[in-house]
Each structure stands twice: as C-alpha cells, then as structure tokens.
Design a protein around this ligand. Sequence first.
Ligand SMILES: [Mn+2]
Length: 425
Amino acid sequence: MQVRTQLSSLNQSGLSRHDSDYDHLSDRLSSRGLSVEDVVSQLADFQVAIPSWALGAGGTRFGRFSFYGEPGNLEQKIADVGILHALTQTAGAVSLHIPWDTPTDYAAVRDLAREYQLVFDAINSNTFQDQPGAEHTYKHGSLSATDEGARQQAIDHNLEVIAIGEKLGSKSLTVWLADGTTFPGQRNFQKSLTQTEDSLKQIYAGLPSDWKLYIEYKPYEPNFYSTVIQDWGTSLMLANACGDRAYTLVDLGHHLPNSNIEQIVSTLMLKGKLGGFHFNDSKYGDDDLTVGSIKPYALFLIFSELVYGMRNNPQNPDLAWMIDASHNIKDPLEDLIQSLEAIQEAYAKALLVDQTKLSAAQEAHDVVLCQEILQDAYRTDVRPLVQRARLNRGGALHPLRAYRALGVRDELIRQRGKHTVATGL
Ligand SMILES: [Mn+2]
C-alpha cells in the first residue's frame, strides 16, 4: 500500500490546529530555556523495532482469535512494518524470529526492506519449542540442557541465526531462554547455570566482531518454579562472563510485580551493560499489553533514567529498542500505533525533565521540589512535539486516524484474504 503519498492531503485538515498547539507549547517551553527544536529532532531520530511476531493476532493458552488480513509470510510482515513506519515515522526497523522468518531470497528481502526505509535490528533465536524434524527435544532445556545433544543443537541454531542475520544486515542477536523448572528439585540450579554460561560463551565466540549479544531475563513462564536466567543480575553475570559485546536486555514485562525497573535501567547503564530494551505494559505479569496502557507514569520514570543514561553514560552503547507485545483482541497494527505513540510521549516527557534543577534539588535534599520537577514534565501535554517530529519526517499528523481513514485493514483483507494466519511467535 502506498500510504505515504496519501498523507499530505489527510494531514491538511488538522494542520492549523496543530500549528497553534505547537506554537503555544513551544513558547512555554522556550521561556524555560529549553530548545524545543532539539527535543523535536531527538524524537524524530528515535526509532523502535517491530518484531515479526507482533503483526498477527496473539493468543492465550485458552485460544486464539484470528485477525483478518494477517501477514502470512516474511514479505507481508515487512510490508506491515512499512505501513506502520510510513504513518508513525518511528518504526524504522524490523526484528526477525528464526526459524519462522528465514528468507528464501535474501536480496529480494533486503530490497523490500529498503523500499520501506526499514533496517533489520536484533535477530531472535528460538529454542523454546521443538521444530518439526528436530533431532533433539527442548522439553528439558536448550542452552542449559543436561542432554549434550539438545544443548549442541541449541548452540548450532543460534550460530545459524547469526549467519542469517549477517546476510540481512543485522548487528545483534537476542537470546531469550525458556529454560527452567516447574517443580522444586527438578534440576540442579548450579549445573543449569554453568551449562547455560558455557553455551552462551560458545555462541559469543561465533559472534562477528561488529555484533552484540543481548541476554534477556524473565522470572517465570513457561516454567513456574524457576528460570535459569531469572533476573537482571543473572543476565549481567552471564554477559560479563561472555565479554565486552554481551549485554543485558530489559523487557518491561519480565519482572515480578512492583519491581523498580527504572533503578535496574540506571544501574545497568552506569555499568555500560544495557544493550536492549523491550516495551510493553502489564497489570499482573508478562501480560504483553499495549505500551502505556496500564502504567504510563512508571514508563515515564523509566524513560527519565534512560535519558539520563544516554546523556551521562558514554560507556553504554546505543540501545536496541523494540516493542514486545501481543494483541489478542485489537487490530495488531492499531495496537502498535498506540504503543509507538505512548513510547514517543514518554520519551518526550523525559526529555523535558530539567536535569540541572533536579540535580540541585537532590543535592539540597529538597524532596518536594524533586517530585515537582519530575511531575511538571510528566503533566505536560507533549503531543504537539511528537506530531511535529512525525510531520517533519513526512508521517501522519494522527497515525491512528489516518490508518482508519485510509482503510488499511480492509485493503489488507482484500489483498490477503480473511483467513490468513501469521506465522511465528
Ligand atoms: Mn522480550
């Protein structure tokens, strides 16, 4: 679909309203000594990867309700991300999941991505389920498995994923392990961790010199008693064991309730070890809900620490941002537009925090003022800044409205049919 060309006429009707909102906000922020243009340009530069598994309807263990016109192959998934990027101008990357997204024609896939102005971000391996014809089962673990055959198969799979990513221009591998136990006594914790560290080191040894390894953690699920890489401390320990180009990846949903994620982020950036970041939101566990739909203030506080780290921690690399959510009842593309908007808003608000004043208030132990400074930024309606960043890049003034006005889903159903099913997890 040629979305981009239709946007300028769609944007027209809202432009004068937008200009006056932007001017008003710009006046107010400039009077505080803030460079509004800098904020807008930082917003415009902020790009979030969309994983290939987020484009179809997700499901729960109770069932899955199909969403019509889902992408049925890699090319269609790239086209969907292309639509998102054309509208929002902040989804300029795609994150693939192997084996489902293994290309048959690499040159064609690279060309297609280029056409949509997309790059290939971190590539994801999968050892949390058995593939048809696999010689060894992951039922009792993959990188941590006691069975040497299963362990080697999982290591080989990760090396193969790196090879696929190299042909597409990816520069990083994300490993998330489902390995763990569901009952006390099921396995020896120390052996599992040792085997995992040994497997990760073998994968790291196969990493090209300009690649990074991201190690994701999660406290439970699909195993319910323990996971081998349960928390950021374990991930950091493994990253340190692997080497300089191994990093921790924080996924917002992979924490126990009420964890202080902003502090985790801050600590990792201080140590130069935060590599990747997965956005979603949750009420109870790893709910994979739309970003900002449940705890927008927590998201803002996390972003404030990310912005602080990006400004003050040159030892930490640029982060790989990705949305890791699932859509059970919403149109996946509408859900992703909402998530991208929430991310941009939280980032914009974090950019408004007066770090100099905050630091002075902290030194003066003025606890009340510290809170005022944070909440002043949080309470600012930053939507005109986000809109301006999008418009400057040729995106939609109102992405969701444009998506509906253009009848994108109906067009996808017309092209692809109703009963398509997106592949992958
Ligand atoms: Mn994740």
